[in-house]
Design a protein around this ligand. Structure first.
Ligand SMILES: [Ca+2]
Length: 186
């Protein structure tokens, strides 16, 4: 009997070690203001498709009107483009697991991209150049709060990763994000 209990505990312990990665995002519940060391507005340049990151008509802000959890969430709205980046995180070659909640309100895509906005994981090489990206969750139209989850594994060239939250170029409307979490399972 004692031996059997030990085996069961061994399995549980192994599962905890395998799946409980450290939380990599700060303020993923958007309960505090957007501290520049945690979330940074991308203020110039363009992405791999030639899409701009910022316009004078877009807004990304903490919003207390209808969060999914807690007292506030992140709201991205008006006319894109707009982009917010999380901290640059070292990548160790493991499986990145992202979960979160997202909703949208009359979000119309622009002419150059089929979706209005969403969340991307972006991989950088050792020199800080973007070499790979994954669309974790994209959204258009009007949706109530919904959970999403995704698993992403980058190629060997990728040494750093960032979360990007974007309203794409010429998209108009709003989407909200809350309870964002990112872990790496190695
Ligand atoms: Ca929240």
């Amino acid at each position: 009997m004692i031996k059997r209990i030990a085996v069961v505990y061994g399995v549980l312990f192994f599962n905890l070690i395998s799946y409980a990665g450290e939380e990599l995002l700060a303020n993923g519940g958007f309960e505090q203001f957007l501290a520049p060391e945690e979330w940074t507005f991308i203020t110039d340049g363009e992405d791999w498709n030639g899409q701009l990151f910022v316009s004078t008509t877009s807004h990304i802000e903490i919003d207390a009107e209808s969060p999914a959890a807690g007292k506030s969430c992140l709201k991205v709205w008006s006319i894109g483009p707009a982009a917010l980046a999380g901290r640059m995180l070292p990548y160790h070659g493991g499986k990145l697991v992202m979960t979160g909640k997202i909703c949208s309100n009359d979000l119309l895509p622009g002419p150059r991209f089929p979706e209005g906005g969403g969340i991307q994981l972006v991989g950088f090489d050792a020199d800080g150049k973007v070499v790979e990206h994954h669309d974790v969750k994209l959204i258009s139209g009007t949706h109530e709060w919904q959970n999403f989850s995704a698993e992403v594994k980058f190629g060997g060239e990728v040494k750093f990763v960032q979360v990007w939250i974007r309203l794409f170029q010429h998209a108009r409307g709003a989407f909200m994000v809350d309870e964002l979490s990112l872990t790496e399972v190695i």
